[in-house]
Design a protein around this ligand. Structure first.
Ligand code: C2E
Ligand code: MG
Ligand code: MG
Ligand code: MG
Length: 288
């Protein structure tokens, strides 16, 4: 069949496909090496209380500095890592580093770690988490796991069971990238989330688009009723900040307030800013 296609003039298309496949293979091989050589590094982006602008925590974001390719975006290599199974060791590394570092931060604050659907469905996740929390001494209430709706769609009952056992460990769970994909408002009631993160395209569209603003207002009103914390992502302008405040958003994350920073910069950063006391969250007191 390939021959016929070549005769039919599909050469260029085929060549392009081969190259892409070769590129993918090369990237996959490099990613495997990167894991072994520890070229992957976790950065931390601060999250702020919307009203006081105090720091409430950080989101762990992975970075890959390739010796020749330079910086490779997680948007590129995370999907690849999910396909080839490398996400499990990579995810374990991110969890380990994040909990170890956060256990030493002064004052204490929350760390949020992204969890891919592959990790979420891995039966090793729960034992891994309890082992890491125990070993690092990080109070479970200071770890937030960010999941996307991708974990919910395949098998809702299984997802609910996993979320419940995660909650039993004491960790918090946020629904990430809300407003993209198939995010359904009913998810917020059906699943035991502590918070949701409004995707940056949503945050950034509200300024120009009154329809988006209306939906955002509805989501925020409903979240308050459901006692859910709402983090707005991708806040880049004062106008966005002002609008989110007015609408009753809980927390903010974005380049306006702070970019992702290497782990070694976090202690100095924490010493310079005011941190919202850990142990108080969404008005409820947590036992640490
Ligand atoms: P995400 O979890 O939604 O993370 C937020 C993304 O928005 C990050 O991109 C962050 O750098 C970016 N961001 C934050 N504030 C702003 C802003 O004001 N403007 C703009 N334009 N962007 C902003 P990043 O670090 O490139 O990560 C992309 C995605 O890769 C993440 O989206 C997450 O889905 C995934 N990812 C990153 N680290 C990990 C990880 O350790 N594990 C897993 N499974 N996924 C990860
Ligand atoms: Mg996230
Ligand atoms: Mg997000
Ligand atoms: Mg995203």
């Amino acid at each position: 069949r390939a021959k016929a296609e070549r005769k039919g003039g599909f050469c260029r298309f085929e060549g392009w496909m081969d190259r892409t496949l070769a590129d993918r293979r090369a990237l996959e091989r490099d990613l495997r090496l990167a894991v072994e050589r520890r070229e992957l590094e976790v950065f931390f982006q601060p999250q702020f209380a919307c009203d006081s602008l105090r720091v409430v925590g950080f989101e762990a974001l992975i970075r890959w500095r390739h010796p020749e390719r330079g910086f490779v975006s997680p948007g590129v290599f995370i999907p690849l890592a999910e396909e080839c199974g490398l996400i499990v060791p990579i995810g374990r590394m991110v969890l380990e580093q994040s909990c170890t570092l956060a256990a030493g931060w002064q004052p204490r604050c929350r760390v949020a770690v992204n969890l891919s659907p592959v990790q979420f469905r891995d039966t090793g996740l729960l034992p891994l988490l309890s082992e890491i929390l125990h070993r690092t001494g990080l109070p479970a209430a200071l770890l937030e796991l960010e999941v996307t709706e991708g974990v919910l769609i395949k098998d809702e009952d299984q997802a609910l069971a996993t979320l419940r056992s995660l909650k039993d460990l004491g960790v918090h769970i946020a629904l990430d990238d809300f407003g993209t994909g198939y995010s359904s408002l009913s998810y917020l009631r059906r699943f035991p989330f502590d918070g949701l993160k409004i995707d940056k395209c949503f945050v950034q569209a509200q300024q120009q688009d009154s329809g988006t603003r209306t939906i955002l207002e509805a989501v925020l009103t409903m979240s308050q009723r459901l006692n859910l914390r709402v983090v707005a992502e991708g806040v880049e302008t004062q106008e966005q900040l002002a609008m989110l405040r007015e609408q009753g958003c809980t927390e903010l994350q974005g380049f306006l307030l702070g970019r992702p920073m290497p782990a070694h910069e976090v202690p100095d950063f924490l010493a310079r800013v005011t941190v919202e006391m850990a142990g108080r969250e969404g008005g409820r007191h947590l036992r640490l």
